[in-house]
Design a protein around this ligand. Structure first.
Ligand code: XIL
Length: 389
């Protein structure tokens, strides 16, 4: 894996200049690079699609700043195996080819998405009846093996299982889904073992959101301990990192990192963004605020400068924690390249969002400036001792 990283870095660095010039004058003038500023403390990554990679301005931005790409949708189970045995690798292959051609790495996402609304009907049934445990485990093994082998040359990390833990308080550790109902925790064990067998060098990740909520973190830790006991080869926890403006997330993040340190696991920040139009209330009070929220679209043209500054301050605080803990943080990946691409323009309601480092003109925002400056400062390359939790 280390060799793949080094070769990727050299090719990536050589390719930055000509592409930046091709991509337009702004890119040619601004020679800053986020991955260079990170300087090997962790990999810088981004989730995106073949469509964005086909746009020369966007692909130049990707190559300049990032070392590792996550397919945002095209490698998901429903995309690559829409019905049993009917594989569709067209988009995922083109995504992987872009990475290969440009000396970039891939985080495969995701081999199992443990939610019923993200699972095709065929996976849930067998001859018109609910799928048996044996068949489900076999199907998972087949899927994981096929996909992980196909991209093993370029994927250095895999989100093996996504979002398996139940939200909120309560006793139930695993989210209720066809996977947990049918197999308990065994679907996770099968998926991780198959991923290890198919791509032995890759970092295998359990990926989830909401870990800055202490109740959910406790469940995640319980599940990870149990997986270890059952012999599932989990290497890292993927902290999705979908934050909101004004949210106090630092304490929770430190708790998560400390917990993973104790379990002997690595951490990846897998899906970083900061929603500037807070969305919490979408899920509270049985969804009764949704009609009102769906009308909220406060920044249709641009983000006011006061908010730009708040976004910068919040991102900077996050990156300080990443640097402090860079001995166990392997990667920090944004979820999408620029504000126009962000999934938060559509989720959970349609609005014009501004959660990332690059705006709709693909220009770096104050958040980029602040974090780039911080990462570049030589004094921040010396990691202070990790804080005691
Ligand atoms: C999202 C994509 O960005 C959207 O385009 C799609 O409609 C739904 O999925 N957590 C994950 C990602 O692990 O797979 C999700 O991606 C965002 C939340």
């Amino acid at each position: 894996m280390r060799r793949k990283v080094l070769i990727g870095f050299v090719i990536g660095a050589l390719s930055v200049l000509p592409m930046a010039l091709q991509a337009g004058s702004f890119a040619g003038k601004d020679t800053r690079s986020l991955k260079e500023a990170a300087g090997g403390r962790f990999l810088l990554g981004v989730a995106t699609s073949p469509k964005v990679l086909a746009n020369p301005v966007d692909s130049a931005l990707v190559k300049r700043h990032f070392q590792i790409l996550t397919p945002d949708n095209c490698m998901k189970p429903q995309a690559v195996q829409p019905s049993e045995g009917a594989w569709n690798f067209k988009a995922a292959d083109s995504f992987a080819d872009f990475a290969r051609k440009n000396g970039l790495q891939v985080t495969g996402h995701c081999l199992v998405w443990a939610k019923d609304d993200r699972t095709s009907a065929w996976m849930m049934e067998e001859n018109g009846a609910p799928v048996s445990r044996e068949t489900m485990l076999k199907r998972i093994e087949t899927h994981v093996t096929k996909v992980a082998k196909r991209y093993a040359d370029v994927a250095t990390m895999w989100d093996v299982v996504n979002e398996a833990v139940a939200d909120g308080g309560g006793e139930q550790i695993l989210r209720d889904s066809v996977y947990s109902r049918t197999t308990g925790m065994d679907f996770l064990v099968t998926a991780f073992k198959a991923a290890r067998a198919a791509d032995p060098d890759a970092l295998l990740i359990y990926n989830d959101y909401g870990d800055h909520n202490p109740a959910k973190l406790a469940k995640i830790v319980t599940m990870l301990k149990e997986l270890k006991r059952l012999g599932a080869p989990v290497d890292a926890f993927g902290m999705q990192g979908h934050f909101q403006i004004g949210e106090e997330s630092i304490k929770g993040m430190r708790n998560t990192i400390a917990a993973m340190r104790e379990l002997g696991l690595k951490v990846v920040v897998s899906e970083l963004d900061i929603d500037v139009i807070p969305r919490n209330r979408w899920w509270t009070d049985g969804g009764k605020h949704r009609e009102e929220l769906a009308k909220i679209n406060p920044y249709p043209d641009s983000l006011p400068s006061e908010l730009q500054q708040r976004l910068a301050t919040q991102y900077l605080a996050l990156f300080k924690v990443f640097v402090e803990n860079s001995d166990i943080i392997e990667r920090v990946s944004f979820w999408n390249v620029h504000d126009e691409e962000s999934w938060l323009n559509n989720f959970p309601w349609k609005r014009v969002n501004h959660p990332l480092f690059f705006d709709r003109q693909r220009q770096p925002k104050p958040a980029f400036d602040a974090v780039h400056k911080y990462l570049s400062a030589p004094e921040n390359h010396v990691r202070p001792p990790s804080p005691t939790p």
